[in-house]
Design a protein around this ligand. Sequence first.
Ligand code: AMP
Ligand code: GLY
Length: 426
Amino acid sequence: MNVLLLGSGGREHALAWKMSASPLLTKLYASPGNPGIGRVGELVKLDVADHSAVASFCQEKKIDLVVVGPEGPLVAGIADDLRAWGIRVFGPSKAAARLEGSKGFTKDLCARFNIPTAAYGRFGDLASAKAYVEKTGAPIVIKADGLAAGKGVTVAMTLDEAVAALEACFDGSFGAAGAEVVVEEYLTGEEASFFCLCDGATALPFGTAQDHKRVGDGDTGPNTGGMGAYSPAPVMTPEMTERTMREIIEPTMRGMANIGAPFAGVLFAGLMITDQGPKLIEYNTRFGDPECQVLMMRLKDDLLVLLNAAVDGQLAHMSIRWSDEAALTVVMAARGYPGTPEKGSVIRGLDKAEGEGVQVFHAGTAINGGALVANGGRVLNVTALGKTVSEAQAKAYAAVDRIDWPQGFCRRDIGWQAVAREKAGI
Ligand code: AMP
Ligand code: GLY
């Protein structure tokens, strides 16, 4: 098969790495890709916003499958447009990608189909949103409705913070994404990421992970796209997984089919495991980054076989095998992230970092004058397998320490919750 992979992050490098191990793969193209992906595929320059240009490329290169990494193109309808040309795509339609593209859409779906989530209100103007917040009180959560590159959520511990967040949304801080706002109840519990592969009718559990959103050790500092992750998430016991499927995922699949927008692709549920059980925080309609990196390390099956089954509506006949080992990834970021990262510093020693059970996935890297340089905020994902999360953590940090990149930084406590559990013997 010839495959075109869209995207350029560590998530896409992990997908490329896993697909390249498949005997089904003839040739992998990636756009724009990154130097890590360039080791296993050919990088091509396509304007991803120009869906007919992408379709023409697919026809010319006889692409059998397009795999879409990030949410932006999905919400813009690239899957529908390519399918209209007869091209097979792994990823949801524009109507189904509203699960990520509009928080209000998802909340209304939850209300209609009885899916457990935080109580909420949707508002299109500041005055009515403010009135709701003042009536409900803090802590409370303010969310820009649309895609805001992970920056549209404020967990407000005081009323003043909540009002400031509402003002920022309606002042246009998030552009059109903030023209509507969801205000929701503050949930407490442990968070987990839960993934399913979906084919429109069947949702097949596809692993669990825990992310670390804050930039600093001890979960301090500003939010990021994710500074590290591990899999599996211990909080997702078989019982919790079964409840999540029955109470959240399956009603979502039925609801989406019911409204004429069946969901196919990766359904990524951000969950809060509360005293009352799992509640949906949000949906994403693609793999998580860096969660994908740890899932790909643990996946024993052929990824291309699974993606084909999802595209062909055959998931009901599939099962998935995972390594018994835990995987953990540490994100190395460029100084300045999540603000403006410094670009251009030289990175050495990746060959010394990789080894048995250790992979370094590239994210924001580039080649400049033959040298590997930083070219983004999150730059490398140093990923390791171990018998326990503690062992995977030790291997990942040993590999981090073999990388020669003085301008990079990382958190030193990725996996702390699971490591504490393992130390306590629970
Ligand atoms: P998001 O950008 O939607 O992933 O949200 C960012 C983070 O905000 C989540 O990972 C949670 O930690 C937090 N969050 C979102 N919604 C809620 C909620 N209703 N209650 C508590 N925390 C929340
Ligand atoms: N790591 C969180 C996300 O991909 O949305």
